[in-house]
Every structure is written in C-alpha cells, then in structure tokens.
Write a protein that binds this ligand. Structure first.
Ligand SMILES: *[C@@H]1O[C@H](CO)[C@@H](O)[C@H](O)[C@H]1NC(C)=O
Length: 143
C-alpha cells in the first residue's frame, strides 16, 4: 500500500471513530428507552386524554384514570431520528410537546427511563418510576 492510501485510510478510520463517539454522546443510539405518561391529576376530575405519535408510529388516543401509567418502549436507531410527540387534554386545557427526543434523553432520561407525571399545574419529568418531588423537573405548562 502506498503512503497516500494509508493516510487516506487512517483519516477515514479516525473520522468514523470520532463520529461514533460523538453520536454516543448525543443520543446513545441502539439503546432501549422506556417512556411513561402517568396521570397525577386530582381524584374526581376529568380523565386525562393523551395522543402519542412519532413520524412513523401512531400509538393512538388513550384515556387515563388517576394514577394510570401509559408505557411504551423502543430502540433508538440513529442520532436525531427517534422522536415521539404527546398531545394532552384535561378539563378544557391542552398541552403538546415532544415527549422523547435526543435532548430530553440526554438531560432527563439518563437511566433510559423517561417518566412524565401530569399534574394540574403542568408536566413533570423524572429519570425513574415513582420519583419523589425532588426528583421531578417541571418542563411544561398547560395551555
Ligand atoms: C436522575 O436524575 C437526578 C435528578 O433528579 C440526578 O440527580 C441523577 O443523577 C439522575 N440519574 C442518572 C443516572 O443520571
């Protein structure tokens, strides 16, 4: 092999290594994530209606009673590709946002669990099931 070819191959290798390290940082692709949406609203109020969907998956509409936990899981494919959206309705209020994407995973689902708790004052996330108040972060408000 001549010198130029070796240099070319070496660069290619370094580049792909660099890319996989960076990708791992951003999304941990190929990992299995569990997302939960839990109704943490008061007793004796309306049901919580949710609609969860991604670009190629529609998980449908679901009515959740108090403490119901709607859970699904998936494996990420490539960085930046997997994203699930949630739309929420309760007592005349509405909310809508991304319930899973790379940034959320990196910031809030380090344990491969994204646990959403829906409360009267907004939408909270934690990286484990049955979190205490200190382990919950409030990310969104009802509209
Ligand atoms: C889970 O979230 C808490 C904050 O609520 C954080 O202190 C902890 O480090 C996170 N766990 C992991 C494994 O990153």
């Amino acid at each position: 092999m001549n010198v130029l070819a070796s240099i070319f191959l070496f660069s290619l290798l370094s580049l792909s290594l660099l890319y996989s390290v960076k990708a791992k940082e951003v999304s941990a692709w190929g990992d299995k994530y569990h997302v939960h949406i839990v109704n943490g609203l008061p007793d004796n109020t309306n049901l919580l209606t949710i609609h969860v969907f991604s670009g190629d998956d529609d998980l449908g509409f679901h009515d959740l009673h108090v403490n119901d936990d709607y859970e699904w899981h998936f494996r990420t494919v490539l960085p930046g590709v997997t994203e699930f959206f949630g739309h929420f309705w309760w007592a005349g209020k509405e909310g809508g946002f991304s319930v899973y994407n790379d940034d959320l995973a990196y910031d809030h689902c380090q344990t491969y669990v994204c646990y959403w708790l829906v409360k009267p004052d907004g939408f909270y996330i934690a990286n484990k099931t049955n979190p205490n108040d200190l382990e919950l972060s409030k990310l969104y408000l009802w509209n």
